[in-house]
Write a protein that binds this ligand. Structure first.
Ligand code: COA
Length: 199
């Protein structure tokens, strides 16, 4: 049965280009993951709050390396796109940001992120969300980006608000964490929204 709409992003458009590196002002760069990031990712997942909100841990370097392979493969599948947030001078790992659940036909996806404990509290995650959103809307052609966090995670709510993602409501008991089901607060930004960052 023929569809009555056309794709927002053509199949093959993303995988037809190299995954870009994206500057985050002068303080960070978003770059594709490499297998050499495995020890730093394993270390990041020792952090209790990353374990809590991302609901997994890495027990071995090989497990972390397998994630990195899957994260890199997501670009070729055009299903999810993952970047390391790194320091421009030293390449130290500062965090991770991704667009997941990519729907090319409708041009929609969901943002996810974490920062290493040492990199938090400097506004870096917010800047990374703004930079990646600008790339997603202006270069990749997405229509809508969603962002969800547990109602018990105020820092993530603050990042979403500062990055211009409007509050859209609460999906009740929609995400299972190690301590049970959590209500998830939904934020979203449209490509047509003003790229306004609140402080
Ligand atoms: C959420 C997270 C990515 C934010 O990273 P960050 O680089 O510190 O974020 P920013 O500095 O851009 O902004 C954090 C904001 O949260 C605020 N904040 C921090 N702790 C808070 C708390 N307990 N209650 C309310 N606000 C809080 C900060 O004050 C800051 O807001 P401000 O600029 O108005 O002062 C980071 O805390 C993290 O990795 N947490 C663990 C994993 C996680 O929660 N991932 C997201 C899952 S949805």
């Amino acid at each position: 049965m023929p569809k009555l709409t056309t794709p927002v992003i053509a199949t093959g458009y993303l995988r037809g280009m190299d995954q870009p590196s994206i500057r985050v002002g002068t303080s960070a760069i978003l770059r594709p993951w490499t297998p050499d990031d495995a020890p730093a990712v394993m270390e990041a997942f020792r952090d209790p709050s990353i374990q809590r909100w991302h609901v997994r841990r890495a027990d071995t370097i090989d497990e972390a390396r397998d994630w990195l392979t899957a994260w890199r493969d997501g670009w070729a599948r055009e299903s999810e796109c993952h970047w390391a947030i790194a320091a421009p001078e030293t390449d130290e790992l500062l965090g991770r940001i991704a667009v997941k659940g990519v729907n090319l036909w409708d041009g929609t996806a969901e943002l996810a992120y974490w920062m290493t404990p040492a990199a938090r509290g400097r506004g870096l995650c917010t800047q990374a969300v703004v930079a990646l959103s600008e790339w997603a809307f202006r270069e990749a052609g997405f229509h809508r980006l969603e962002l969800q966090h547990s109602i018990h995670n105020p820092p993530s709510c603050r990042v979403a608000a500062k990055a211009g993602f409007s509050e859209e409501g609460v999906r009740r008991s929609s995400a299972r964490h190690a301590d049970g089901w959590h209500d998830m607060h939904v934020h979203a930004r449209l490509g047509s929204d003003q790229p306004q960052v609140t402080r």
